[in-house]
Design a protein around this ligand. Sequence first.
Ligand SMILES: NC(=O)c1ccc[n+]([C@@H]2O[C@H](COP(=O)([O-])OP(=O)(O)OC[C@H]3O[C@@H](n4cnc5c(N)ncnc54)[C@H](O)[C@@H]3O)[C@@H](O)[C@H]2O)c1
Length: 392
Amino acid sequence: MVDSVKLTIVGSGYVGLSLAVLLAQHNDVTLLDIDGSQVDKVNSKQSTVVDKEIESFLTKKELSLFATLDKQGAYKDASFIVVATPTNYDPETNRFDTSSVDSVVDDALSINTKALIVIKSTIPVGHTKRLQQKHQTNRVIFSPEFLREGQALKDNLYPSRIVVGSQLDVAKEFAGLLVQSAMKDDIETLFIRSTEAEAVKLFANTFLAMRVSFFNELDSYALAHDLDTKSIIKGVCLDQRIGDGYNNPSFGYGGYCLPKDTKQLLANYEQVPQNLIQAIVSSNITRKDFVAEEILKLKPKIVGFYRLVMKAGSDNFRSSAIQGIMKRIKAKGIEVVIYEPTLHEEIFFGSRVLGNIDEFKRKSDIIVANRRSDALEDVHAKCFSRDLFGDN
Ligand SMILES: NC(=O)c1ccc[n+]([C@@H]2O[C@H](COP(=O)([O-])OP(=O)(O)OC[C@H]3O[C@@H](n4cnc5c(N)ncnc54)[C@H](O)[C@@H]3O)[C@@H](O)[C@H]2O)c1
């Protein structure tokens, strides 16, 4: 058994909060953020993200968890500082903007001279090594985070694997804390270098994006030739080497991670010859163009967009594929209305948001839904979706 340890986790979003809740079962966890509303929520046992397990753990479990805006206090005595701040893709530089991670590492190293700093944010391949060289330390390491939004804590309670980018004893101690708080037995744990660990994260997500793109392009082909996509996918996926699952067509891969991580991996290739990585990035654009054209062929006057979230059960619509379809339809001068209950504005990017679903159904000539819903059963005939298997 590992003794109770002081950890500070920086960033209280999906990654930070799920790790904080996980680790606060057995350790003293401080959660640092720059957003006071996030801090207040956590301190009043409310989740900052929609996640059943996090909500339940916060209210029902005995956790040693305290959120704060005070970085001095948060960093001072921690044995481990875990970084879970955003790394958004910057279209100007074609790379991640790592400034939040870099500034956290700067502060943490200057305030605390002993702690191991574990970067959980997704970063470019080679970034940890650059930070280690810049600060002349091996106290900064990378450990990829594999959780999915909507089941963030569950994915950390039952992790597919734990990967830590260091062979140091203290890094093994960190992995031990993750294992201790998880509910799964025999978790495969890899201790590799941080650069390889960074590559693991970007290649894993790019592989997932490739799989989504593959079945989407299969669907584009079937649609263009009037073939039944579902029969083809079933037949293809009965081969165990291909496997059933993660094969439901959509408007494209989306969400916070896949679009940006594929682009970052492509940027990392720079001087290295490749075709596939570029194709995975381009395929998502081609798919959205194709889907938009299919909708335009139906000659609608008003197109309704049902939910802007990426997948059912999601609470945000960061980089959701359906927004790409919406932009393309709007660019053709066609009126768009939106039904998205998490949106409180009346207008979203110049289009009306309708709070009343019946009005939304009446107004729309075609209803575009990335994922089908029982709520659309009565307007089935005017729905456009490529959701064939009813899962995410
Ligand atoms: N969301 C996912 O499914 C997922 C999965 C794996 C990895 N990741 C990676 O983890 C990182 C975080 O993602 P997320 O979805 O948890 O982000 P998020 O946007 O949900 O949360 C980020 C939090 O960090 C806070 N923050 C921003 N700058 C800060 C700073 N300088 N100091 C302290 N707090 C700061 C924000 O206020 C916010 O609460 C990203 O690099 C992402 O690519 C995300």
